[in-house]
Design a protein around this ligand. Sequence first.
Ligand SMILES: [Zn+2]
Ligand SMILES: [Zn+2]
Length: 105
Amino acid sequence: MTIDPETTVYVDEEITCLDCGTLFVFSAGEQEFYEQRGFKDKPKRCKDCRAKRKIDRENGVEPKRTRYEFVCPGCGKPASVPFQPRSGKPVYCRECFKKQQKEAQ
Ligand SMILES: [Zn+2]
Ligand SMILES: [Zn+2]
């Protein structure tokens, strides 16, 4: 078999699963499939963990997101937000945020 230099040659790749740390194979066939689908990112998780996440999604379980912890300047209580607070802009806890919105009306 001759290999056309224009054709991408896929080689099995080993990736460490982000969730369980298992080394899994991202096979040449899967890489081709990903390429055809236009997926730019390699899988970060093994098949088991991907299947588990799929089930979680179907059950409405939210995947864990990074939350940013901060101390609310309104009440001084610790709170967290699912996004990175912009510097210079105060971020309030949910209660204080609601209170502020009410006061602004
Ligand atoms: Zn895994
Ligand atoms: Zn507050």
